[in-house]
Structures are given as structure tokens and as C-alpha cells.
Write a protein that binds this ligand. Structure first.
Ligand code: GRF
Length: 217
């Protein structure tokens, strides 16, 4: 990867608004990487249309067609083989990856999770934040390990929880910041500053003990 642009695969299951932010930032030169392939596990994912509109290769591999998690994951890896990808970006990809897949791409998978990890792994994060009465919420980019939403943290976008907002309002605000922080984190990987080493996120050769943090309105 050292002398050429980083080649990314983006894995989706749905709308693909994060995929769109990557497409837009690559197109206008803010993000220097190539989106080599978009992978969806759902044929009706709108993100596939976004990929087609941008003339990016895509493939749909339906998990229901495979007997278990690992055989599905191996089918994805087979599809990725011909695209020589350096980085996998999970962008609303709603499947838990097998230990085999995580090991196969160790240190090369990033995910974005709509909470300030390690708080609120899993689903329904916006509602859980509201019920807890938290003052801050946001989203986290992290390396993927076998532990669900548990890999080393890279970059967080934070916003204050506003009185009177419901979970849908919060989701909208969180998604808007995701569209900035996820390309930023991918850019750090693409230019070689961000790496995964011995279970840690490293930035510029230093261990990231705390994730980078950006505040939003
Ligand atoms: C994002 O909110 C992300 O945090 C979560 O899934 C959502 C995907 O949204 N992992 P989109 O498909 O990119 O619009």
C-alpha cells in the first residue's frame, strides 16, 4: 500500500448515508483513497444504488444463502480477493463477523458505532442514551476485533443531548457527525498514520490510549 492509494471496501446493509459521505469526499478530493468495491448483504440496500450512481463496483452476498456465519464471511472474502483491498469500512453492515474473518483482515477493519464507546455497545443506542439522561452522545470509529463493538477506539464525535429531542432527532444529528468523522478516520488509515498493532490503535507510531475527539453542535 505504501506507494499507491489505499483501496477500500465498504460493507453496508441499508441506506448507505455513510457510504455516500465517502463517495462525496473522495470525489471532491477531501479524502485520498479509492473505493474499490461496495458489498451488501441485502439486495434492497439503497447503498447499492448509491454505488451504481457513482459507478463503483458492487456485489450483493445474501447471508441467508449460507449455512453459517463463517461460510458467509468466506464468500465475502472471496469476492474481495479480486479487488486487492487494504481497508474494510463497515458502514451500517448489520452482520456480526466471524472470528475467521476478523483474523483474516486483522487490523484492517474499521467500524462506526452510534454511541460514545465503551458506553452503549449493541442496538438502540439513542433511546438508551435518552433513558439514562446522559448529557453527551455521539459516535465512535474503532478497529474491529472479535468483541462486538469492542475493538480499540480511534475517533469520537460528540454532541450535547438537547432537551426535548427524541431518539429519531438524536439519530439524525449523530449521523451528520458520522459523515465527518468516519472519512477523517479512514483518511488517517489511508495515509499510513493510523495502524493497529498488538491489539492497540496507533497514531503516528504512538499508542492511542484515548480516542481522538471532535465536538459538534
Ligand atoms: C450508522 O448510524 C452507523 O453508526 C451504524 O449504522 C448506521 C448506518 O447508516 N453502524 P447508513 O446506512 O450509513 O445511513
Amino acid at each position: 500500500m505504501s506507494n499507491s492509494r489505499c483501496r477500500a471496501a465498504i460493507l453496508i446493509s441499508g441506506s448507505g448515508s455513510n457510504l455516500q459521505s465517502f463517495i462525496d469526499q473522495v470525489a471532491d478530493g477531501r479524502l485520498e483513497l479509492d473505493i474499490a468495491i461496495v458489498v451488501s448483504n441485502r439486495p434492497d440496500a439503497f447503498g447499492l444504488q448509491r454505488a451504481a450512481n457513482a459507478e463503483i463496483a458492487s456485489v450483493c452476498i445474501e447471508h441467508a444463502a449460507y449455512p453459517d456465519r463463517e461460510s458467509f464471511d468466506r464468500a465475502i472474502a472471496n469476492a474481495l480477493d479480486e479487488y486487492s483491498v487494504d481497508l474494510l469500512l463497515l458502514a451500517g453492515f448489520m452482520r456480526i463477523l466471524s472470528p475467521w474473518f476478523v483474523k483474516h483482515y486483522e487490523g484492517r477493519i474499521l467500524n462506526i458505532h452510534p454511541a460514545l464507546l465503551p458506553a452503549y455497545p449493541g442496538l438502540d443506542t439513542h433511546q438508551r442514551v435518552l433513558e439514562a439522561g446522559d448529557e453527551w452522545h455521539g459516535s465512535t470509529v474503532h478497529f474491529v476485533t472479535e468483541e462486538l463493538d469492542g475493538g480499540p477506539l480511534v475517533l469520537q464525535g460528540r454532541l450535547p443531548v438537547t432537551a426535548g429531542q427524541n431518539a429519531a432527532d438524536l439519530a439524525t444529528r449523530v449521523q451528520a457527525l458520522e459523515h465527518q468523522i468516519y472519512p477523517e478516520a479512514a483518511g488517517l488509515f489511508a495515509d499510513g498514520q493510523l495502524r493497529f498493532c498488538n491489539g492497540n490503535a496507533m497514531l503516528g507510531g504512538e499508542t492511542l490510549n484515548e480516542p481522538l475527539s471532535r465536538d459538534f453542535e
